[in-house]
Write a protein that binds this ligand. Structure first.
Ligand code: SF4
Length: 387
């Protein structure tokens, strides 16, 4: 039998079987897309860099190669939009212009500058990292990938960003923008937050990187994701990848990238006692390993209490408190939990043992103590109405 007939028979018999077996189908699909990737390596980098020439954003952290300033911007932007992060970036560098200034500041001062940005572990880690840089690198912020990875709060993404932006080192960044762009162009549905997904995208991003100009390439793909290939409404009709983009060709833009199913979030019930004694109030620092560690708060009882139960609480009775106001519920959504908080404003007649252990501060000193966004929102509303 001629060879071409043998090959035809082989495929007639086996292709339907392969197609029914999802994992085998998926293997062939990946092999096929890998071939596309290999063929289009250069063109993807070139197209991105051409697009970047025309569309790049002017951002202050792009104007510097100072690894410290780039680090500050990268940590701020991890969970924050660029527009909101810009002011914080400037304020942070004004307060702590060098890593030495940051290392020598108190944690409270660092958290005060960070107040309102959320995810406060970022600020605490920055403070620790600055102290390590001071001790281990003589106050000179490192810019090599491996040295950066030794600092708290710096993972592969941040290390790649700092090393490439400050030293043009050939490391591909893989942030939310990069996941989105690559998953759509290559039609990859592996969840981006799964271990296999992280490995796959890290390898693919590194493969696509233009190693002759990594800083420019990384900035280009991040801006492309932020401006063109946006989460909700990507501008496909004007996209330079329209012809080769698997998601656009197959109507999958709203389905990619894929994330693992969300963990259900738990609800916590907070009752804060905004206690006043004349023009003094009381704050305590959150020291336990929990949300808002290091921030300050009024006395807190975490329990699903009713309003009636408030009046019989030992805290109210021991302080002979007069209840001035009970706030409505403030709902505060965090990544894996929802806080339902209420604030009870009270005037006390005497301090009890709990209040004696807290910091007694005057109303003029309130701004010196960093608090969560939740408490800030309460204060803005309650104090402008009541004080
Ligand atoms: S064609 Fe659309 S989905 Fe594909 S890369 Fe361009 S903007 Fe993104």
């Amino acid at each position: 039998m001629p060879l071409y007939l043998l090959i035809a028979e082989y495929y007639t018999l086996f292709i339907p079987y392969f197609w029914q077996r999802k994992e085998i189908h998926s293997y062939f699909w990946r092999t096929f897309t890998r071939n596309i990737q290999t063929q289009s390596n250069m063109s993807i980098a070139t197209l991105l860099l051409n697009w970047y020439q025309e569309n790049k954003r002017s951002l202050p952290w792009r104007e510097t190669q100072d690894a410290y300033a780039i680090w500050v911007s990268e940590i701020i932007l991890q969970q924050t939009r660029v527009a909101q992060g810009m002011d914080y970036y400037r304020q942070f560098l004004t307060a702590f212009p060098t890593v030495t200034h940051l290392a020598e500041a108190s944690q409270t001062d660092v958290l005060r500058i960070w107040q309102g940005l959320g995810y406060y572990s970022r600020a605490r880690n920055m403070h620790k990292a600055a102290q390590m840089v001071q001790e281990q690198f003589g106050g000179c912020f490192p810019n090599t990938y491996n040295a950066l990875l030794t600092l708290p709060g710096i993972g592969p993404y941040t290390a790649a960003a700092i090393a490439s932006f400050s030293g043009n080192a050939p490391y591909a960044v893989v942030d939310g923008n990069v996941f989105r762009v690559l998953s759509r162009i290559f039609g990859i549905d592996t969840p981006i937050d799964s271990t296999p997904g992280k490995k796959l995208f890290a390898a693919l991003a590194q493969e696509q990187l233009d190693k002759s100009q990594p800083a420019l390439y990384n900035q280009a793909i991040m801006d492309f994701g932020a401006l063109q290939c946006t989460p909700a409404q990507p501008a496909c009709s004007t996209c330079p990848f329209l012809e080769q983009c698997e998601a656009a060709r197959n109507g999958l833009t709203t389905l990619l990238p894929v994330k693992s199913p969300k963990q259900s979030s738990k609800t916590r019930y907070f009752w804060y006692f905004d206690a006043w004694n004349g023009n003094h109030t009381y704050l305590q620092q959150r020291t336990q390993k929990d949300i808002w560690q290091g921030l300050y708060q009024p006395y807190l009882i975490e329990a699903p209490l009713t309003e009636q139960e408030l009046y019989t609480l030992p805290f109210i009775q021991e302080t002979k408190a007069h209840i001035i106001a009970i706030s409505p519920v403030y709902k505060h959504v965090l990544s894996h939990q929802v806080i339902e908080a209420r604030f009870v404003k009270i005037e006390i007649a005497q301090e009890n043992s709990t209040l004696k252990q807290m910091q007694k501060i005057s109303d003029t000193e309130l701004d010196l103590y960093p608090v969560s966004r939740l408490i800030e929102k309460y204060r803005i509303k309650a104090y402008s109405l009541n004080k």
